[in-house]
Design a protein around this ligand. Structure first.
Ligand code: 57R
Ligand code: CO
Length: 368
């Protein structure tokens, strides 16, 4: 008799998909007729089938992502601690993946809950007393990974419809980026198309009119196995980058709109970190630093993590050693990225898969 894998409160997603075939995302034609002289449609489909396990991993992660973000939208409310909001999201991912931050499947990166002028890379540390407020513009950026295939998708949550034109501007700009993306498309052209849509919007707030700008130093990015940012950045303004997207690549297409300067700087207490690649021969001066690297490698590998996850993995009094690792270049720190105080920033993001024959918006849902 098969041992039931139903531990208390865990609903493995596999029970819903016993044949391990997961729902496909939204299929889109490529904008450019991909130079088909290279391969026939038959060859393209054959090529695609070779990566089926990889595509299934992304689709499983995306199905979990849709369920988790729906729960977030239904349950996050003003008056709640940011810590409670983060736990709600992270426990939901853990419920569907049945593990806890193993390298097999689970949380893909720290749950982003950046509000208002803070655009990205904020998640509460354990001592954080911040409360969700009625007027907040909260960017909920959730990562789910299955075998290192990271689904990176985000939306902006508000509790007041006065921000709706900012959210519409960013949602339409992200949809434009998703539509323009494709094999052989130049990254610059995506940025230009996004910028044109974003900057055609304005927001009326407390009797003042704000033009909506792109945050020009935030970008989308390609995604590698266990690597959230694997080298290519997708600009959200025209930036002259003639690099092309390539077949088989995975991209996080994200745009950020703002009523502020349209430029972010790193500021405030850091929560987000990730092991850098090729760090094995960087000399470490203290035993505590050496022990901490071992713990980070075995818990997260090169996946991004935050202080709460390190504590959950059993580390304490780690801050001095962590700062040594950051100074040595072994660990990268990602402080909160902020526009000017008093400004409002919004984000929408999807993960897209560049199959040989078609583009799949794998994180697409009926919400965005
Ligand atoms: C350490 O935890 C993380 C989590 C997610 C990412 C994924 N990412 N990589 N770059 C970015 C991102 C975010 C979090 O999506 C949003 C914006 C940011 O864009 C950007 O251009 N940033 C600078 C180069 C200025 C990276 C690290
Ligand atoms: Co993201």
């Amino acid at each position: 008799k098969k041992k039931s894998n139903k531990k208390k409160g865990i609903v493995y997603i596999n029970n819903s998909y016993p044949d391990n075939v997961f729902p496909e995302g939204e299929w889109m034609e490529y904008p450019l007729e991909v130079n088909s002289y290279r391969t026939t449609d038959e060859e393209k489909r054959y090529l695609d089938r070779q990566q089926n396990n990889r595509w299934q991993d992304f689709r499983k992660g995306a199905e979990i992502h849709r369920r988790v973000r729906a729960k977030a939208r239904q349950n996050i409310r003003p008056g709640m601690l940011m810590l409670e909001a983060a736990d709600l999201i992270e426990n939901s991912v853990r419920k569907y993946t049945g593990n806890d931050h193993t390298l097999k499947q689970g949380i893909g990166f720290p749950t982003g809950l950046s509000v208002n002028h803070i655009a990205a890379h904020y998640t509460p540390n354990s001592t954080d007393k911040q409360i969700v407020k009625q007027d907040d513009v909260m960017k909920i950026d959730i990562g789910v990974h299955v075998n290192g295939r990271i689904v990176d998708s985000a939306f902006t949550l508000t509790f007041d419809d006065k921000y709706d034109s900012l959210l519409t501007a960013v949602r339409e700009a992200t949809y434009t980026g998703v539509k323009e993306a494709g094999i052989d498309v130049r990254l610059n052209d995506i940025g230009a198309a996004v910028q044109e849509v974003m900057e055609s919007y304005e927001m009326e707030l407390n009797g003042k009119t704000y033009p909506i700008k792109c945050i020009r130093n935030l970008n989308g990015h390609n995604i590698g196995d266990y690597v959230i940012h694997s080298g290519k950045t997708v600009p959200i303004v025209a930036n002259g980058d003639m690099t092309k997207m390539e077949e088989g690549e995975t991209f996080a297409i994200e745009t950020f709109g703002t009523t502020g300067n349209g430029y972010v700087i790193g500021q405030g207490e850091c929560s987000h970190y990730a092991l850098n690649q090729d760090i094995d021969n960087i000399p470490l001066s203290t035993q505590s630093a050496k022990n901490l690297v071992k713990s980070i490698k075995s818990n997260f590998g090169t996946l991004p993590w935050c202080r709460r996850y390190l504590e959950r993995a059993g580390e304490s009094n780690y801050l001095l050693a962590l700062n040594q690792l950051v100074r040595a270049g072994v660990v990268e720190d990602y402080p909160p990225l902020v526009d000017v105080a008093g400004s409002y920033t919004a984000q929408f993001e999807h993960t897209i898969l560049l199959h040989p024959h078609m583009k799949e918006v794998v994180s697409k849902g009926d919400d965005f």
